[in-house]
Design a protein around this ligand. Structure first.
Ligand code: DON
Length: 305
């Protein structure tokens, strides 16, 4: 960890001064109110040593990063049956695309594009008594943090502007791959996306994908080794939509981005590192986040390849 600290600090200040060619997401109006100057990094090792720099302790909207948490809970309920409802292939398309669903008869390519996450939310609604409360309780147990919560304003803001998600959900329902009421699924999905966490909290909550021996503070194992390996495999191939190849090429770690500007990257057996910088590149991934992580795995020679 000691060697990593200096490297993280050096790269942080180097990237901070880079001209940011990205743009803050504004299709969800509430996200556009966040200052683009925010920049934080936090790394937590599997020994629970933690190191942060910049705005590492400030909460932000985790958006699509929540898709990893909802997949994890659905995987616990359904096991391999899950893959009858959602595939594990990279889509090579934008995160909110409707294009492939027609040919694929309403089966989303993977759980990390919006179409796939909507099906995962539908599955969770079928299993949970109080989906929003129960999902939050699951996240709170994973992170041992009873203060985790949704941001109502962000959820409502997306609800009134989420036209593509509304279209996606209805379209998938027309193929029979959404079982519950469309409004209920969308409402739950928007809330999961509105979860707020800091870089530090995110780097802690995802330790279960880095550490085979991870158990929650209540002593529960989150996923079997085999299932954690599979989630990491889908993260590597699908975590950045039509930029997943680029992320694997430049960074070389399983990871997930969100339009709030966060990126989580996992080194199985070593650490979890999170970067937050709100300006996004054209593919919807944090511009400085990707740059930071590329420099980080290069300098530390710690990609998985
Ligand atoms: O559904 C949406 O469009 C957003 N709530 C989440 C999209 C997202 O984070 C894609 N990420 N890079």
């Amino acid at each position: 960890m000691e060697n990593y600290k200096k490297i993280i600090e050096d790269i942080y200040f180097e990237v901070k001064n880079v001209n940011d060619i990205g743009k803050v997401a504004n299709y969800i109006p509430e996200l556009a109110t966040v200052s683009s100057d925010n920049f934080g990094v936090n790394m937590t090792s599997i020994k629970k040593e933690s190191f942060g720099v910049g705005n590492f302790d400030k909460k932000f909207s985790i958006q699509s990063i929540s898709k990893v948490l909802s997949l994890t809970l659905a995987y616990r309920f359904e096991g391999a049956k899950l893959w009858n409802r959602v595939d594990v292939e990279p889509s090579g398309n934008p995160f909110n695309s409707l294009l492939q669903l027609e040919a694929d008869l309403g089966k989303p390519r993977n759980p990390f594009i919006n179409a796939g996450a909507l099906v995962i939310c539908d599955i969770l609604i079928s299993h949970l008594k109080n989906p929003k409360e129960d999902f939050l309780a699951f996240c709170r147990e994973l992170s041992n943090n009873p203060t985790l919560s949704y941001n109502e304003k962000v959820a409502q803001s997306e609800k009134i502007s989420g036209f593509r998600n509304i279209a996606l959900c209805n379209f998938i329902k027309s193929f029979g791959n959404i079982k519950n009421n469309v409004e209920t699924v969308l409402d739950f999905y928007f809330y999961t996306c509105s979860l707020e966490m800091s870089c530090k909290e995110l780097s802690e909550i995802f330790l279960f994908l880095a550490d085979d021996n991870f158990t929650t503070h209540k002593g529960n194992k989150v996923l079997t080794m085999s299932r954690a390996k599979r989630v990491n495999a889908i993260l590597l191939t699908c975590g950045f939509y039509d930029e997943s190849g680029e992320f694997a090429f430049r960074v070389g770690l399983p990871g997930k981005s969100g339009v709030g500007g966060g990126i989580v990257a996992i080194h199985p057996d070593k650490y979890c590192i999170v970067v937050w910088s709100p300006k996004l590149n054209k593919k919807g991934n944090s511009y400085k986040g990707m740059l930071f992580l590329e420099k980080f795995t290069t300098k530390t020679a710690s990609s998985i390849f």
